[in-house]
Design a protein. Sequence first.
Length: 129
Amino acid sequence: MRFYSFATQEERRKFGGSYFIELQYCRFARGTDIETILSAIEHWKNDSLYIYGDDDNAFVSDYGEIFTGGIYGNQKRGMVDIVGINYYSEEHARAITEAVKERKPPDYPNLLNWLETGKAYNGFYILGL
């Protein structure tokens, strides 16, 4: 499994079209209500991190325990949903960052760098296939 980043969306489309799980920074201001955070998402950002769809099982196996507890589109929480919306608050993002540092799962340096850069944002999303 690998985490990918692309300089342009054209580069992403040439590589795999839309067959990706997208990790995307939440750009809403701190204090924005959860309904807005979950309902006004735009896919395919250039600074997102991507997981190719064929690697979905490897992602869940290697990272599923780390990315548990995100808020789904229906505002419930649970295991990472690789076909839906998962929102992780700033606080949750910090805990995930620490878990990645501690566990060092496969390809973690790319993810860790992305998470560290994301400290400037209001958490992040995992947007499923």
